[in-house]
Design a protein around this ligand. Structure first.
Ligand code: ATP
Ligand code: MG
Length: 447
């Protein structure tokens, strides 16, 4: 993309309403525009990152054998009456009526609807296990929408639902989700720690929230610092192997890590003092096993091996897709702007032409642009007739991890400059080598 033809409405001033850095940078970098409290338009740069995050979530869900569907945003109140949640949900639910006066709502989540789909089409235990998921907009009329996309009213969520014959199988689905989530967040350059959470009215130990440590997080968390040494890496877990998934769960949840809802001072005191940490965290996901709560009230049964109908065991598993943009920025930025991890960056690299209109510089930039594009990479070429300083400031603000700077002086010596946004380190090298290096970083073979 050439910047001169793009739509990147960068703000010079720091917006007064933004209290935290991610919100500030998302507004300044022209990624979002607020339309009402907690409701945003996604401008091109923001949308690109949102799509990258969605792509990673889809890939990791499907790697585990979970099947994508797409349910509507508007749901019928009757469905929610069946589970008893229409009244229980309270003011967070946006209730609407259509022209016939039928009661509808903008879905805050989809347990009821997925259970309805399941009971309509699945009759036998032979069709289990089954996990369906979607990535869809939700609406929750939050009391205090704030921090930009972090606590919106309209927000994008991946929500997945498993259906299993037995509790044991459903707990395997729970473990499998934990494994996929660890991998998902790591691909986004994030460390998200699974913490024991509150099971709410349903109770039980089977819920974990995933938290990214950040001073601006809304949750207070307590953990054993050893947990931050863990990383999932590129291990290849067999998702059909119950023991293997269980082992990952044990590895990642055996140390103390809890939110304030489940925190227990006495147990925490057993962690050696020098490893006890109290911090703040951003909740970027939650997994939950809730047994037969919905299948019993809504009649989602299958014929078991003995021919008798049995209610299925279910769980639901959510990732805050749009919140993740904020969480990633909170975890990765400096005083000049965002620093995107390679896995989610909107463009793979920037190209800055120091002297637009100079024949050699323009030619070199065009040729870099073509070579990178041919490799399946997406560069953002700043081809505006702006001062170098202004171009650098824009690139720093929008946070592309790599920048190639091209000027007539360097070109006389046959070199361009390749700069890492994260370290600020630069090296001079011939243009072809800069392309090669970027291709290697993103795992694209240069022929
Ligand atoms: P919270 O405690 O932050 O209100 P929740 O526990 O009610 O969230 P879940 O129902 O577990 O949320 O939803 C799954 C994920 O969706 C959460 O982990 C979070 O990342 C994201 N999410 C929830 N509410 C919002 C919101 N208002 N804005 C943006 N993302 C949200
Ligand atoms: Mg939650």
């Amino acid at each position: 993309m050439r910047l001169s033809r793009y739509f990147l409405p960068v703000l010079k001033e720091t917006p007064a309403e933004a209290q935290i850095v991610s919100h500030r940078y998302m507004l300044r970098a022209g990624m979002i525009k607020q339309q009402s409290a907690g409701i945003y338009s996604w401008l091109p740069l923001g949308l690109k990152v949102l799509k990258k995050i969605e792509d990673i979530v889809h890939e990791e869900q499907q790697r585990a054998g979970h099947i994508p569907v797409l349910m509507p945003t508007v749901q019928s109140a009757d469905l929610w009456r069946e589970s008893g949640r229409y009244d229980a949900y309270g003011d967070e639910m946006l209730r609407i009526s259509d022209r016939q006066g039928r009661e509808m709502l903008y879905g805050p989540t989809n347990e009821e609807m997925i259970t309805d789909i399941f009971r309509s089409h699945v009759n036998s235990y032979k069709d289990l296990p089954l996990t369906l998921y979607h990535i869809q907009w939700k609406f929750r009329d939050e009391m205090r929408p704030r921090f930009g996309v972090m606590r919106g009213r309209e927000f994008l969520m991946k929500d997945g639902y498993n259906f299993d014959l037995t509790k044991e199988d459903a707990l395997h689905a729970y473990n499998r989700h934990l494994v996929t989530y660890l991998r998902t967040y790591e691909r986004m350059g994030l460390q998200a720690i699974p913490m024991r959470a509150d099971g709410g009215p349903i109770g039980g130990d089977y819920t974990h929230e995933f938290l990214v440590l950040a001073e601006t997080g809304e949750s207070e968390v307590f953990y054993d610092s050893d947990i931050t040494d863990l990383s999932f890496g590129d291990r290849d877990v067999d998702f059909d192997d119950h023991a293997a998934c269980q082992a990952v769960l044990e590895e990642f949840t055996s140390r103390y890590a809890r939110t304030d809802e489940t925190h227990d001072d006495a147990i925490f005191a057993e962690v050696p003092e020098e490893r006890r940490r109290t911090a703040r965290g951003i909740e970027v996901g939650q997994i939950f096993y809730f047994g037969t709560k919905y299948s019993e009230t809504m009649g989602a049964t299958v014929q078991g091996p003995d021919g008798k109908p049995v209610p299925v065991h279910m769980g639901s598993h959510g990732i805050g897709v749009s919140r993740l943009l904020g969480a990633i920025i909170e975890a990765s930025h400096d005083e000049n702007g965002i620093i995107w991890p390679e896995g989610v960056t909107p463009f793979h690299c920037g190209i800055v032409n120091l002297k637009q209109g100079d024949e050699a510089a323009d030619g070199a930039c065009d040729s870099l642009y073509k070579s990178l594009t041919a490799l399946g990479l997406e560069p953002l070429y700043d081809d505006r007739s702006e001062r170098a300083g202004a171009k650098f400031a824009t690139m720093d603000l929008i946070g592309l991890p790599w920048r190639i700077t091209v000027g007539p002086r360097g070109l006389k010596n046959g070199v361009v400059e390749l700069t890492s946004r994260r370290t600020g380190e630069s090296e001079e090298l011939p243009p072809e080598e800069a392309v090669l290096k970027i291709a290697q970083i993103y795992g694209k073979a240069a022929s």
